[in-house]
Write a protein that binds this ligand. Structure first.
Ligand SMILES: *[C@@H]1O[C@H](CO)[C@@H](O)[C@H](O)[C@H]1NC(C)=O
Ligand SMILES: *[C@@H]1O[C@H](CO)[C@@H](O)[C@H](O)[C@H]1NC(C)=O
Ligand SMILES: *[C@@H]1O[C@H](CO)[C@@H](O)[C@H](O)[C@H]1NC(C)=O
Ligand SMILES: *[C@@H]1O[C@H](CO)[C@@H](O)[C@H](O)[C@H]1NC(C)=O
Ligand SMILES: *[C@@H]1O[C@H](CO)[C@@H](O)[C@H](O)[C@H]1NC(C)=O
Length: 512
């Protein structure tokens, strides 16, 4: 019997606190009120790996040392060092390198019957985001244990020199360490280690999609939801990563071509030196006014006994399907491409490029794979298909948006679905298009440019699904239509976590 005895008591002051014992030691969390449901148990800022400092920078995360006595778990851990790519202009950077913390929210840690577990992987283009932005109130009330965590970002998480010192994918290995932590410890919080669902959005969705094929994650979860991001989209994947690492070293002051010297240089730079590193390696990427992920997931080389998160070509690997028996929901929002216009890029220049260069309409991977003449043909066909050859302006922005939806998100999602369906390893797979429209859809509000561009109708932009699963600081009246939609969305997701089926009762399937 693996249930732990937990002690509930009232501490001095008025807050309720609660203790659990995990493998690493005792944690003291708190009992949190929930205006949308019953109180729940919160444990915040739990370290799941050693701080990746000094010699541990760029390396796979290392297990932590157990602690003696009681560790406070009522305060959030630091976010990983970052700038916020979703607010334009960018606010000052925040966070630090000591950031590998996990948060657990449970309906009841002393339950007799273990709850299903949902582990959230945050998005933010592998440069922004933190687990604890995603509050638990909407999900815990549905009877699941909810977990969030931070992982290393940008250069600290995704630099790759292709050497043993900087192999790449450190941020993904952080995610794996967090998933292993959940598998090993969640029973102490009333969670069922045999009933774990991972889910994530954007870079988090792409991460989920990668965990379905990584050799490091087999057996760590039973179900997965990949929102607005798949492993086979172009943007989560970094090509010529080594060239970028060398280029970055040069840009910030190291001209060496010796791997060890470059590593020693990177290792001692202040974390600030790496912020907003936009290292491109093709002229097309350099010239195009377009958001990009400069440090993402790489195909790793194996060094000694070190674990490899991912090796090979995503499509080749997908040809063997995903982990056996894992069920998946995969999908996107109606107007994903609004992101393109809300990322701080110059919209007049976007229009200018879209009108002047057929290459504008060449899907990113093809800019590396086919000749320029062929690209111009492809661009011509795309422009005919999506724009009917009209001059791009604010008047026909929706046509351009459709192309961008396709190029950045929809193609990846649909192709992923087809590959997994075709190479099915006992997987149930669902596809969705998210179209909820209420005052909670505020993705375009993050940028004045985007807000001025999309005035005709309420958009369902990239990340506009999030406010239906998490409060995100926006209160909602429980008697409103909006709340009914939130209840529906969270019911679908938690049903999937519980039963592997979002609509176990058929009548639910009919409701939009
Ligand atoms: C938690 O579960 C235990 C065991 O089933 C039960 O005794 C206790 O009342 C529950 N606590 C809450 C707050 O529901
Ligand atoms: C690196 O090379 C550039 C170009 O040759 C030179 O201007 C710069 O001073 C060199 N930097 C260092 C740190 O040696
Ligand atoms: C945006 O691009 C237009 C067209 O290229 C240019 O005239 C304008 O100066 C740019 N604005 C900014 C702020 O860079
Ligand atoms: C978002 O922008 C729309 C359109 O300008 C506005 O009506 C709405 O109040 C804004 N929402 C928030 C939360 O700022
Ligand atoms: C997962 O949890 C749900 C809800 O508690 C339960 O009905 C189901 O049997 C569990 N599944 C497994 C495999 O434990």
């Amino acid at each position: 019997m693996f249930l732990q005895i937990a002690f509930i008591f009232i501490s001095l002051g008025s807050a309720f606190s609660i203790e659990v014992k995990i493998d690493d030691g005792i944690l003291k969390g708190e009992i949190s009120e929930n205006k949308y449901g019953d109180p729940f148990h919160s444990f915040k800022g739990i370290p799941y790996a050693q701080p990746p400092l000094g010699d541990l920078r760029f390396k796979a995360p290392q297990p932590i040392e157990p602690w003696n006595g009681v560790r406070q778990a009522d305060r959030l851990g630091s976010p990983c060092y970052q700038y916020d790519m979703f607010i334009v202009p960018y606010p000052p950077p925040k966070g630090g390198e000591d950031c590998l913390y996990i948060n657990v929210y449970s309906p009841n840690v002393t339950t007799n019957e273990l709850y299903p577990v949902m582990v959230w992987i945050h998005g933010g283009g592998f440069v922004s985001g933190r687990g604890d932005e995603y509050d638990p109130e909407f999900l815990v009330r549905k009877g699941v244990v909810f977990v969030t965590f931070n992982y290393r970002l940008e250069v600290m998480g995704f630099l790759s020199l292709g050497t043993e010192d900087i192999p790449g994918n450190a941020g993904m290995k952080d995610q794996v360490a967090a998933l292993r932590w959940v598998k090993n410890n969640i029973k102490h919080f009333g969670g069922d280690p045999e009933n774990i669902t991972i889910f994530g959005e954007s870079a988090g969705g792409a991460s989920v999609s990668y965990h379905l094929i990584s050799p490091m994650t087999k057996g760590l979860f039973k179900r997965a939801i990949s929102q607005s991001g798949t492993a086979n989209s172009w943007w989560p994947n970094t090509f010529r990563a080594r060239d970028r690492a060398i280029q970055l070293a040069r840009e910030i002051g190291c001209n060496s071509t010796d791997d060890k010297e470059i590593y020693n240089f990177f290792k001692v730079q202040p974390v600030e030196a790496f912020l907003k590193s936009r290292v491109v390696v093709t002229y097309a990427q350099f010239a195009k006014e377009s958001p990009n992920v400069y440090f993402g997931i790489v195909s790793e080389e194996k060094f000694g006994d070190n674990e490899v998160f991912f090796q090979g070509d995503v499509y080749d690997v997908l040809r063997n399907g995903i982990h056996d028996g894992v069920d998946v929901i995969n999908g996107y929002t109606e107007d994903e491409g609004t992101l393109y216009f809300a990322s701080g890029y110059n919209i007049s220049r976007i229009f200018k490029q879209a009108n002047q260069f057929l290459e504008f309409y060449v899907p990113e991977p093809l800019t590396r794979q086919v000749s320029l003449l062929k690209q111009l043909d492809i661009g011509k066909q795309m422009k005919e298909y999506y724009l009917k050859n009209a001059v791009v302006s604010r008047d026909n922005i929706e046509d351009l948006l459709k192309y961008i939806n396709f190029e950045m998100f929809v193609y990846g999602a649909l192709t992923w679905q087809r590959f997994v369906a075709k190479n099915n390893n006992n997987n149930k797979i669902y596809l969705y298009k998210f179209g909820c429209k209420t005052e909670r859809n505020i993705a375009v509000n993050a940028s004045n440019d985007a807000m001025e561009l999309f005035t005709e109708r309420l958009m369902v932009g990239h990340a506009d699904d999030l406010p239906y699963f998490f409060p995100l600081g926006m209160d909602v009246d429980m008697n409103s239509e909006t709340y009914r939609i939130i209840d529906r969305a969270t019911t679908l997701w938690t049903n999937f976590a519980k039963y592997g089926d979002p609509t176990p009762i058929m009548e639910m399937a009919a409701v939009p």
